[in-house]
Design a protein around this ligand. Structure first.
Ligand code: PLP
Length: 370
């Protein structure tokens, strides 16, 4: 990798992900202060940054452990020396579980899961390797993705897990991904999660189950976590950088967006439009999660310009409302809709302070899908 420390950010080759270090550090401190105030344990989801050095910073600011989705990510994140790793994904198959058991010989491992099929495989692998694995029973609080429904199904799952050797039932997990904004509709959705959680916890109490960990938390709901009864752990990922979707959700301001993608204008041949050197292989094809406009990022230098369309390596920007002109060779910074997926597309990212590159990080867990 070409050494870049000391290079002006505006001189970097493009497309390149720039991380404003002052903003990122503020975002990290904000969560650290909030979680201390409310007594939340934090296990940040590292699927956003995929960089052990940043996970290390999160641990340094008080994170009790790290969250990953994939065994490959867990293997990479061992470099951050976590004392605890949560695989927040039902992990299936002997190949993956054998690898996970090697991870579990190096740090405490737990998994959230929603079936006794997965729990049984995990128990078998843990018994073979002589390790103990923590388990969070995943309950669905409205997203309809993974998680058993509250009520009997959850109790059955919990009782089943408790019977399996080499598993330790740690508590419950949920992901309120359906709460995508903090407008009136979002507040109502959050209220529903509050009520459901209340019911879930009283069901568990009635059955004599006391979950040591009640794990939830997404970036849009992060700073409302104290409204959720019994919640004692948060697992936010995106909060470290934020992105355009977080902004559209009303969960952060432009000044709290740490990551942008620097691109170069490669064509202005068509009037009222510029083409930039980044398309779906640079930004990902994620659309905004709020509003009806189809657009792929916030253009910092021309907020009224609309990033309307992408081919793999071409981004189409409609300049009709931009209020300024751009020429071939100009550079602009764009805050992507979904930073987690964009990170997965880049080999490295640049930490910038005062317009100058201070750090270059390899995105070590990019592509670790297994
Ligand atoms: C299970 C789980 N936990 C936590 C997170 C973190 O959510 P966010 O990126 O909104 O902070 C995610 C995100 O996809 C997730 O799937």
């Amino acid at each position: 990798m070409t050494p870049t420390a000391g290079v002006r950010a505006s001189d970097l080759d493009t497309p390149a992900i720039l991380i404003d270090l002052d903003i990122m550090e503020r975002n990290l401190r904000k969560l650290s202060e909030y979680s201390r105030e409310h007594g939340f344990r934090v296990r940040p989801h590292t699927k956003t940054h995929k960089i052990p050095a940043l996970a290390r910073k999160q641990i340094g600011l008080g994170a009790a452990g790290l969250t990953v989705a994939k065994v490959g990510e867990a293997e990479v994140m061992l470099a951050a020396l976590p004392t605890d790793l949560l695989i927040a994904y039902p992990t299936i198959g002997a190949r993956k579980l054998d690898r996970l058991m090697q991870v579990a010989k190096q740090t405490a491992v737990s998994m959230s899961l929603d079936s006794l099929f997965v729990a049984q495989q995990l128990s078998d692998a843990a018994s073979t390797h002589g390790v103990e694995i923590g388990v969070l029973a995943e309950v669905d609080v409205g997203l309809g993705r993974v998680g058993v429904p509250p009520g009997d199904a959850l109790l059955e799952l919990i009782r089943g897990i408790a019977r399996l050797p080499n598993l330790r039932l740690d508590g419950i997990a949920f992901y309120p991904g359906q709460v995508k904004s903090l407008d009136e509709e979002g507040q109502q959705a959050l209220k529903k999660v509050e009520q459901l959680l209340d019911e879930i916890l009283s069901d568990l109490k009635g059955a004599g189950v006391t979950p040591r960990i009640v794990s939830g938390g997404s970036t849009p709901t992060l700073f409302h976590s104290h409204q959720l009864p019994g919640l004692n752990e948060v697992r936010p990922g995106t909060y470290i950088f934020n992105d355009r979707n977080t902004m559209l959700a009303g969960a952060c301001t432009l000044e709290e967006c740490a990551a942008s993608i620097l691109v170069t204008v490669v064509s202005t041949a068509k009037a009222g439009q510029m083409i930039i050197d980044g398309g779906s292989k640079t930004f990902s094809s994620d659309r905004p999660t709020a509003g009806s406009e189809v657009s792929f990022g916030h253009i910092v230098e021309a907020p009224q310009a609309v990033f309307t369309k992408m081919n793999e390596e071409h981004g189409f920007v409609d300049l009709q409302k931009a209020g300024r002109k751009f020429g071939v060779g100009d550079r602009v910074r764009i805050i992507p809709n979904h930073i987690c997926v964009a990170m997965n597309l880049h080999e490295c990212v640049y930490g910038i302070r005062g317009g100058v590159v201070e750090q270059t990080w390899r995105v070590e867990a990019r592509g670790k899908l297994q």
